[in-house]
Design a protein. Structure first.
Length: 196
C-alpha cells in the first residue's frame, strides 16, 4: 500500500481488502482459519498501517478487486422503475441499472432489490412503497446507507440495518406505506465464502 499508514481506512476499502483475502483463500494461499482471523482484523483495523500487514505476504495480483458499486461513476439510464406484482415475486440482481426513483406497488407479493453489483444513475435513490401483504428487501452495496423517511407500517415492520454512519456512498431513502407487510434494508451477509 502506498497510503499514509496513519490515514483511516474507509468501509469501501475494507470491502476491497476482504475481497482480496477471499480470492487468496479460493486460490489456496490462505486456509479458512487464516481467512477468518485476517477478516476479523480487517473489521477491527482503523488505519492503513494496520491492514497493510494483512496483505504483505500476498501477491498484488491476487483477486482482481472490482470498484465497489457505491463509488462507480454515474451512468445514464431510466428516470424511474415501477414494480407492481400481484401474488408473485420480483427480483432485480446482478448488473442492473438503478434509477433515481423506484416505485413499488404490490399485493401478496415479494420484491427483492439486490444492488450489490448494480450501476447507479446518481448518488441518491428514492424508493416509494405502497403495498398490502407484501415484503420488500433491499440489499445495499458497500458504502451505501439508507434512511426510512416516514414509512407507515400498519400491522407490519420496517427494519433498517444500514443506517448512516458517515461516508459519501449512495443514499437510499425509503418512504410510503406497508400494510400487513415488511420492509428490510441491509448490507451483504457473509459467512466464510458464502455471501447473500
Amino acid at each position: 500500500m502506498t497510503h499514509d499508514p496513519n490515514m483511516r481506512v474507509s468501509n469501501a476499502e475494507r470491502e476491497a481488502i476482504l475481497a482480496k483475502l477471499h480470492a487468496a483463500t479460493e486460490e489456496g494461499r490462505l486456509d479458512l482459519d487464516e481467512f477468518a482471523d485476517r477478516s476479523r482484523q480487517v473489521y477491527e483495523a482503523r488505519t492503513y498501517g494496520e491492514v497493510a500487514r494483512l496483505l504483505a505476504d500476498l501477491p498484488e495480483t491476487t483477486g482482481a478487486v472490482a470498484v465497489p458499486a457505491a463509488v462507480r461513476s454515474p451512468v445514464s439510464g431510466p428516470a424511474e422503475l415501477r414494480l407492481s406484482p400481484t401474488g408473485s415475486s420480483v427480483e432485480r440482481r446482478g448488473e442492473w441499472v438503478v434509477p433515481p426513483k423506484v416505485v413499488v406497488r404490490g399485493s401478496m407479493s415479494s420484491v427483492k432489490l439486490d444492488c450489490r453489483h448494480a450501476t447507479f444513475t446518481g448518488r441518491t435513490v428514492e424508493i416509494d412503497v405502497d403495498f398490502n401483504m407484501s415484503s420488500l428487501e433491499v440489499i445495499l452495496p458497500a458504502g451505501a446507507y439508507a434512511l426510512e423517511d416516514g414509512v407507515e407500517a400498519t400491522f407490519g415492520s420496517v427494519t433498517n440495518r444500514a443506517p448512516y454512519k458517515g461516508g459519501d456512498g449512495v443514499r437510499f431513502t425509503v418512504r410510503g406505506k406497508a400494510r400487513l407487510g415488511s420492509v428490510t434494508i441491509r448490507h451483504e451477509r457473509r459467512f466464510l465464502w458464502w455471501r447473500w
